[in-house]
Design a protein around this ligand. Structure first.
Ligand SMILES: NC(=O)c1ccc[n+]([C@@H]2O[C@H](COP(=O)([O-])OP(=O)(O)OC[C@H]3O[C@@H](n4cnc5c(N)ncnc54)[C@H](O)[C@@H]3O)[C@@H](O)[C@H]2O)c1
Length: 260
């Protein structure tokens, strides 16, 4: 039997790599044989993730960068290319929730900040990474949208807007990049057990997170909220050869909540 892993010899770039979903997905890529470029705002927060990913056998590069700044995105792509010479998979995942405010309460500077990270950051990532992927003639990109990109979320007004934009950008990019054999898909998690997931739960019930978690779990047909590994499994599948004919797809990872 071959010991070849599905991403052996390949390179994956993960943004928001210090966070719950990013770190779990980086680890899954490493377990499946990939080398990793880990990107997050604060480089020191990446050290723990890098150590774990290295223990899984990966060569790792950590890069502190703000995904909403064009020059910093260009830099993380060129530093990754300088070190590894190729990018095969890109998990375009960094994002922020922004304040818990509705249509009327939302402040302009907050709206701009959420769109800058969640929309502009995702666009810039695709723009620069796709050009690097074109050099090797193939690649797979997965953008992190949300179930908030599939239906209205009045209490987090700008977040919902930003994730609908990620869905739209994913479809347009899939059409532009298909002829270059670069696939682009999006994942749409429901509430996942991470710092951001906790912020969502706290928005609904600031006094008792555990009660909020239990209540939400009852709403999801699978009877629990998601774990970061649930998202990692879908992302790595979408980046693998098994998904070779899959592009422009928008995939909920939501415990069945949208089946209702
Ligand atoms: N956790 C959930 O319930 C949930 C649900 C649906 C979608 N999502 C999406 O999943 C993605 C990951 O979220 P998570 O739950 O792991 O959250 P998290 O807060 O644990 O991680 C997000 C990471 O992104 C980084 N980041 C934020 N702004 C950045 C910037 N400008 N440049 C570089 N890095 C930046 C943060 O430092 C953090 O490490 C986000 O796009 C989020 O919107 C999360």
């Amino acid at each position: 039997m071959s010991s070849e892993k599905r991403f052996s010899g390949q390179v994956a770039v993960v943004t928001g790599a210090s966070g719950g979903i990013g770190s779990a997905t980086a680890h899954r890529f490493a377990e499946d044989g990939a080398n990793l470029v880990l990107v997050d705002l604060d480089g020191t927060s990446l050290e723990e993730v890098a150590a774990r990913v290295e223990r899984a056998g990966a060569n790792v590069m950590m890069i502190a960068a703000d995904v909403s700044k064009s020059d910093e995105v260009e830099r993380y792509v060129s530093q990754g290319m300088d070190k590894f010479g190729r990018i095969d998979s890109f998990f375009n995942n960094a994002g922020i929730l922004g304040p818990w405010n509705n249509l009327f309460e939302y402040q302009e500077e907050d709206f701009d900040r959420v769109l800058s990270v969640n929309v502009k950051g995702v666009w810039l990532g695709m723009k620069f990474v796709a050009q690097a992927m074109m050099q090797s003639g193939t690649g797979a990109i997965v953008n992190t949208a949300s179930v908030a990109g599939l239906s209205g979320t009045p209490p987090v007004f700008a977040y919902g807007a930003s994730k609908h934009a990620v869905v739209g950008m994913t479809k347009s990019a899939a059409m532009s990049l298909g002829p270059h054999d670069i696939r682009v898909n999006a994942v749409c998690p429901a509430v996942i057990d991470t710092p951001m997931g906790e912020a969502v739960l706290r928005g609904g019930n600031p006094d008792d997170i555990e009660a909020a978690k239990d209540r939400l779990s009852e709403v999801y047909p699978l009877g629990r909220i998601g774990q970061p590994e649930d998202v990692a499994g879908l992302v790595t599948y979408l980046c693998s050869d098994d998904a070779g004919f899959v592009t422009g797809g928008i995939y909920p990872v939501d415990g069945g909540s949208r089946a209702r």
